[in-house]
Design a protein around this ligand. Structure first.
Ligand SMILES: NC(=O)C1=CN([C@@H]2O[C@H](COP(=O)(O)OP(=O)(O)OC[C@H]3O[C@@H](n4cnc5c(N)ncnc54)[C@H](OP(=O)(O)O)[C@@H]3O)[C@@H](O)[C@H]2O)C=CC1
Ligand SMILES: N[C@@H](CC=O)C(=O)O
Ligand code: NA
Length: 410
């Protein structure tokens, strides 16, 4: 019988996504431990949120059933990303770091983690949509990171010879040494929907991606589906107020920690940047790199907190009412969309109007829809659609990525 295999898991962030991930991890650990004839033992050895941390010098497994009270009661020092890397790199088995935060400092440390042999799975968009240098450093360090046009190989955008960094194909470069970490971030676009894996498959199998377009924000989809539902009438007063929909989206766990990051278009801009880079375009960080339409009233851009922003948003409902009314008078609805024109190297993010019969107008809830126009698929794009935000569906993408890493490690 083969020897039992152990993999250590470190989790940072226990918010909406983090807590769902921990529940999914618990179920996965239990299933894998019964995996006859070769069980895998997943052990949680590090858990933290912004003000609390749990770990121990002997890498003893932390109980998943009592993580919340254990973490609340902990008086251990919160570690910096460098200290976390140091702690995890000395562990006696392979380690997967699960970053369920939107923290930039942790994202900046991904190359360090990967070089120290620690794999990363994450829904955090910061590492993949910020500076191109960070993107390149991550994929240069990762065991499954291969050269992309965005990484500097010079392959033509969308061309058959470019490769995708989201791929799970045989590693090259540092991968060959087998001691660097793997990186997966499916939930950075479309939450758990298979968006990055689909793009990777298209590119890796030699298709030519021409254009990617759709609705990429669960929050903005939910907002406009409720604020301006199809059938709302030509007066455009069929839905509830804009600020009320934003508050609901926050309560449902769809928004970023600060909802301004959704309403200013930056979250969508980050997602289209990630798709563009994986399709081979060396796109610089938004919003400087391409036009991004913000829905945040100028007066609220600088308020101190997301809570204050939400409390005052209702004062500005009139502006969005006008947008709704203008569209309704033309028999249209408004939706917030994004696109990557791979062939012409053009990215766009903002409001557009649609006929009520258009599939984008008919979306429900927090649904995303992502259409891949490629050489093989011709005029009828490959479409991925479903919930694009929420703790459970986002955690599902993270857990799926963890399973991919486990397959690669063993
Ligand atoms: N919610 C969704 O539908 C989706 C979310 N995502 C991404 O998932 C990530 C998490 O989102 P979500 O769970 O909704 O966010 P939350 O705000 O609910 O949770 C964030 C968590 O990260 C912790 N945290 C923040 N900074 C640090 C830090 N420096 N060190 C340690 N912990 C930190 C917070 O700590 P504390 O609890 O102490 O405040 C909190 O536990 C984000 O990157 C988001 O963009 C991606 C797709 C969909
Ligand atoms: N705030 C984001 C969460 C997922 O990325 C969204 O609403 O889409
Ligand atoms: Na996804």
């Amino acid at each position: 019988m083969p020897p039992p295999r152990q993999v250590f898991v470190a989790v940072v962030g226990t918010g909406g996504v983090g807590r769902c991930f921990l529940a999914q991890l618990s179920a996965l650990a239990s299933r894998l431990s019964q995996n006859a004839p070769s069980p895998i033992y997943l052990s949680l050895i590090f858990l933290s949120r912004s003000s609390k941390a749990l770990y121990n010098p002997t890498y003893r497994s932390l109980p998943l059933s009592t993580w919340e009270s254990d973490l609340d009661g902990s008086s251990q020092q919160v570690l910096t990303p460098t200290q976390i890397a140091e702690y995890l790199a000395s562990a006696p088995s392979r380690v997967v770091l699960v970053d369920n935060t939107s923290d930039q400092a942790l994202a900046d440390a991904y190359p360090l983690f990967l070089r120290r042999g620690i794999s990363i799975v994450t829904p955090n968009k910061k590492a993949f949509s910020g500076s191109l240098d960070l993107w390149r450093a991550i994929y240069a360090a990762a065991a499954n990171g291969r050269e992309t046009a965005a990484g500097g190989s010079g392959a033509s955008a969308g061309g058959g010879s470019s490769t995708s960094a989201g791929s799970t194909m045989a590693p090259s470069g540092p991968a060959a040494a087998g001691s660097t970490g793997f990186v997966f971030h499916e939930s950075t676009v479309g939450a758990g929907l298979p968006v990055l894996s689909t793009l990777a498959d298209l590119v890796d199998t030699g298709d030519r991606v021409r254009r990617i377009e759709g609705v990429f924000s669960g929050t903005l989809s939910f907002l406009f589906n409720g604020f301006m539902p199809v059938g709302g009438g030509t007066g455009g007063s069929g839905g509830s107020s804009f600020s009320a929909e934003v508050k609901k989206a926050k309560e449902l766990g769809y928004t970023e920690p600060d909802p301004r990051d959704d309403l200013n278009g930056l979250d969508v801009a980050r997602k289209v940047t990630i798709l563009a880079r994986l399709a081979g375009l060396p796109v610089a960080a938004p919003p400087a790199a391409f036009p991004v339409q913000s829905l945040v009233p100028a007066e609220l851009e600088g308020v101190a907190s997301g809570d204050e922003f939400l409390a005052r948003l209702g004062e500005f409902d009139g502006a969005m009412d006008k947008v709704r009314k203008d569209a309704a008078q033309k028999g249209k609805v408004v939706r917030y969309v994004g696109s990557v024109d791979v062939e012409n190297n053009e990215l766009k993010v903002g409001l557009e109007t649609f006929d009520p019969s258009h599939p984008i107008a008919a979306l429900k809830g927090s649904d995303n829809v992502i259409a891949f126009y490629t050489e093989r698929y011709g005029a009828n794009p490959l479409i991925v659609q479903g919930a694009g935000a929420g703790g459970e569906v986002t955690a599902m993408g993270v857990t799926g990525d963890l399973i991919k890493v486990l397959r690669l490690l063993h």
